[in-house]
Ligand binder design. Structure first.
Ligand code: SF4
Ligand code: SF4
Length: 359
């Protein structure tokens, strides 16, 4: 496939401290350089005729040059969307309003929401967060700004999937997207764990919703696939993902996640190599991953967890991954840079605990 869009993980800065945050607690927050973004945008158009940009983080709006980044995107004829935690959203909209073309080229505000009720959402993302999302939705509705809602499913909120989709539909969301929580490498994995059987139930619920609501309902490539050789969107080369250091990586789940040893999934630093060369390395790494998968299929060594494409991928590239016992792979041993995990530092090692039932 031809790459059709570029995702920039522009900053690790964030006001929140979500339990499922994948960003390595050991890494100090960084911002992607505007110059590099401009170069990549130019190359992505010249090489592949990319037309769309996704902005993620961290909280992207905390990048010190967020609005200059938007202007650089717009000036080059791209459309864009941003994944936001909704903190200070009214301020973001006021700044975007300073130039009409900023909002007119935005395809959607993607609101992260992790529960259909304040209690559940705030348990995952922190007090006051649910109200901020609801305020952001109200602003979008009033201003006719398109928005979508995306929920990362885990043991805290798996019982609210239907309620969440109904609420999104009722609020006028353009789509409801469900993602699967990947382990973070911290003690919090134990609290978020779902067994393979529970994930199958989650997927059944989501697929049932797809046929019963007017609003589109989607789920990410991470969920269980019956076909062992399932090829995800990044492996189809449809997305190019750039992390805050300027590295091309396979996807956002490979960006700033704790890794054992030298990361084999960094495909080239775009400060040093061209996008075309880094993309070539990406194709080599994808070939390696697919070869390993095919080998496991042939040898009959694929476990049920390996049929969750991202879980196989995380394991292969030495990140934390789910097992029947909880979490396998590398642990994140140090307290988080925001300091909020320091009180629980003694719990940082080990997942254990085993499966939790969906309430
Ligand atoms: S999951 Fe997103 S919003 Fe939550 S702490 Fe991590 S970067 Fe911030
Ligand atoms: S983690 Fe791996 S399998 Fe999952 S979407 Fe990213 S590249 Fe694909």
């Amino acid at each position: 496939m031809n790459p059709t869009w570029v995702v920039f993980h522009i900053t690790d800065r964030c006001q929140l401290n979500c339990k499922h945050c994948l960003r390595d607690p050991e890494i100090k927050s960084q911002d992607l350089s505007l110059d590099l973004i401009c170069n990549v945008l130019d190359e992505a158009w010249q090489l592949y005729r990319c037309k769309h940009v996704g902005l993620t983080g961290g909280e992207p709006s905390l990048h010190p040059q967020f609005y200059e980044i938007i202007d650089a995107i717009v000036a080059r004829g791209y459309t864009w969307h941003v994944v936001t935690n909704s903190e200070k959203f009214s301020r973001m909209v006021a700044k975007l309003d300073e130039k009409p073309e900023r909002l007119s080229t935005c395809t959607a505000m993607n609101f992260s929401i992790d529960g259909a009720t304040e209690e559940v959402h705030d348990k995952v993302r922190g007090p006051g967060s649910f109200r901020n999302v609801m305020q952001a939705v109200a602003i979008c509705t009033m201003r006719k700004i398109p928005f979508i809602m995306q929920m990362t499913v885990n043991a805290y909120n798996a019982h609210q999937i239907e309620q969440m989709a109904m609420m999104a539909s009722h609020l006028g969301s353009g789509r409801m997207s469900f993602g699967m929580t990947q382990p973070t490498g911290t003690y919090l994995d134990e609290e978020m764990f779902l067994s393979t059987a529970e994930w199958r139930t989650v997927l059944d619920t989501i697929t049932r919703l797809q046929g019963s609501l007017h609003m589109p309902v989607s789920f990410t490539d991470s969920f269980y696939r019956e076909e062992p050789f399932f090829v995800c969107q990044p492996f189809r080369s449809e997305i190019l993902h750039v992390d805050p250091k300027g590295n091309l990586t396979l996807c956002c789940q490979h960006s700033g996640v704790p890794t054992e040893g030298a990361p084999a999934d960094v495909l080239g630093n775009l400060h040093e190599v061209s996008l075309a060369d880094a993309h070539q390395k990406m194709l080599d790494v994808i070939h390696y991953a697919q070869t390993e998968k095919n080998k496991a299929i042939k040898e009959g060594t694929l476990s049920e967890w390996d049929l969750f494409p991202c879980n196989f991928c995380m394991k292969l590239f030495k990140k934390p991954y789910w097992t029947d016992e909880g979490r396998g792979g590398v642990e994140a041993k140090r307290e988080r840079w925001r300091g909020k995990w320091a009180v629980d530092a003694e719990k940082v090692t080990g997942c254990g605990g085993g499966p939790k039932k969906i309430a």
